[in-house]
Design a protein around this ligand. Structure first.
Ligand code: SF4
Ligand code: SF4
Length: 466
């Protein structure tokens, strides 16, 4: 296996990054070439580079996916309903699905029983239950019954359960209070200040939902639950990100704000939405990050979260068991037709009584979906953070260097964050503001240190649209 050490040019310097050891350094070109030639043989290096070489090649835990290990889910996912009470204009779970059936209380309890059995057998003393939709609180009785049942079942055993929900926040304040009292983490969709949010996420009658969601966000801010604000950013809303960040800092108390760019869908196209330019997004993300940092709030985008290394972007390949209202157990929370359209099979099995029936072959197939099998990502310095992105929405079956907007913004944000991590704030800003400098770093066929002496620069191009 080749060493996971990467480098990109930053003006006349080289940014060196070893994601698995967490080492980041700014060095000159001669040092990069010397390190590349020496490989992990420090004897071949000048004395001033030995310490750096030992640090980047230090033994690490390989975050490779599980292969033949027994089923060990990172969480139980529950989809109480595919329905939703609002009509987001870009959402794949379109408003027409608002009449979708709810999960029965019996099935919800069986899912909890099956999950507790599995994690108890695996010797765990902690577990997690995540609620997705549609909008999970469009079926509030089911959510309450699952939370109360799971809490009662674990009360005597000492098993500690975390509850997490991804929600639109459009419901009454009483339900908000209950969620704040019973959940550990609430991921709340709030797309910006009123103009942007209401344009993206109107109610089914077309009216804005900003005031209700902001009210919910204030209630969650005062509760015991951790609040994560998730904002979908479009070409129209990108410039307002810093103002939105200020507003959040003054009004709310989230631990984290997560900015994600719009994923194009037929509905989004019909509504006239487009994703932001990747450089605009990276600049506004960086500015918002600086603002939110001042309030003690973390800023993330899912492809460039440097706080962990991973080989899969999402729960897929980590044995998450996501149960639909009909009892199907999948690795991904999207609709079956969405992944089938991409030629993917995310079905793991079915919930049968109080057991999961999971075929070993299905588990192996899903575990095989990871960054190691994504050609585009083979030589990218982001591969252990981005890991190629969503399997359904991001096609990575292209040769290295054929980047799309997702890649460009991910690479820009990753490099900016690495520079800032080293305290190189002025350099980060100057680099991000210099078209030629950032294009030289982004448009490369390989970031691997082993290619440091070759010219990997490829002509800056319009990124591929996928
Ligand atoms: S090539 Fe693109 S998708 Fe793959 S890891 Fe890099 S930024 Fe992510
Ligand atoms: S494949 Fe995409 S939609 Fe499915 S869980 Fe992963 S990130 Fe989410």
């Amino acid at each position: 296996m080749q060493p996971e050490v990467f480098c990109v040019p930053i003006f006349d310097k080289i940014l060196l990054y070893a994601p698995l050891t967490g080492v980041v350094a700014l060095i000159n070109t001669r040092a990069a070439v010397a390190l590349a030639h020496a490989g992990n043989d420090p004897e071949a290096l000048p004395v001033n580079l030995i310490e750096l070489s030992q640090a980047i090649y230090a033994p690490t835990q390989d975050p490779s996916p599980r292969v033949d290990a027994p089923l060990d889910p990172i969480y139980l996912g529950i989809i109480p309903t595919r329905g939703c009470n609002i009509g987001c204009r870009y959402c794949d779970f379109a408003a027409s699905k608002n009449a979708s059936p709810d999960m029965s209380a019996a099935l919800g309890r069986q899912a909890v029983d099956a999950y507790l059995k599995l994690i108890t057998q695996a010797g765990h003393t902690e577990g997690q239950i995540h609620f997705f939709g549609g909008e999970p609180f469009y079926a509030p009785a089911l959510v309450r019954s699952v939370v109360e049942y799971a809490t009662a079942r674990t009360a005597a055993s000492g098993m500690k359960l975390r509850f997490e929900a991804t929600t639109n926040g459009v419901y009454g304040s009483k339900l908000c209070q209950w969620i704040g009292d019973h959940f550990d983490t609430v991921i709340l969709s709030l797309d910006g200040l009123p103009g942007d949010h209401d344009r993206h996420r109107p109610a089914l009658n077309g009216r804005g939902t900003f005031e209700t969601v902001a009210r919910s966000a204030r209630i969650f801010s005062q509760s015991r639950a951790e609040l994560i604000v998730r904002a979908c950013v479009t070409a129209e809303s990108v410039a307002s990100m810093p103002d939105f960040a200020h507003w959040i800092g003054v009004e709310l108390k989230p631990s984290t704000v997560c900015f994600e760019t719009l994923s194009l869908s037929p509905l989004a196209i019909e509504a006239g939405f487009t994703p932001p330019d990747p450089h605009d997004f990276a600049r506004c993300f960086d500015r918002s990050d600086q603002i939110l940092r001042g309030y003690g709030i973390q800023t993330v985008t899912s492809s460039a979260d440097l706080s962990e290394t991973r080989t899969s972007f999402c729960p897929v390949s980590k044995d998450a068991l996501i149960v639909s209202p009909d009892g199907a157990v999948d690795a991904c929370y999207l609709l079956e037709e969405d992944w089938q359209e991409r030629g993917l099979d995310m079905r793991l099995g079915w919930l049968k009584g109080s057991d999961f029936e999971i075929e070993a072959q299905a588990l192996r197939r899903v575990r095989g979906m990871n960054a190691h099998n994504r050609p585009l990502c083979a030589d990218c310095l982001c591969r252990f953070h981005c890991a190629g992105g969503c399997y359904v929405h991001h096609d990575t079956h292209r040769p290295a260097g054929q980047f799309d907007d997702w890649c460009v913004q991910t690479r820009l944000i990753t490099v900016t964050q690495l520079l800032r991590r080293m305290g190189q704030d002025a350099l980060a800003e100057a680099w991000l503001a210099d078209l030629s400098a950032w294009q030289t770093a982004v448009w490369r066929s390989s970031d691997r240190l082993s290619a440091a002496s070759q010219s990997c620069v490829i002509p800056a191009q319009r990124s591929i649209q996928t």
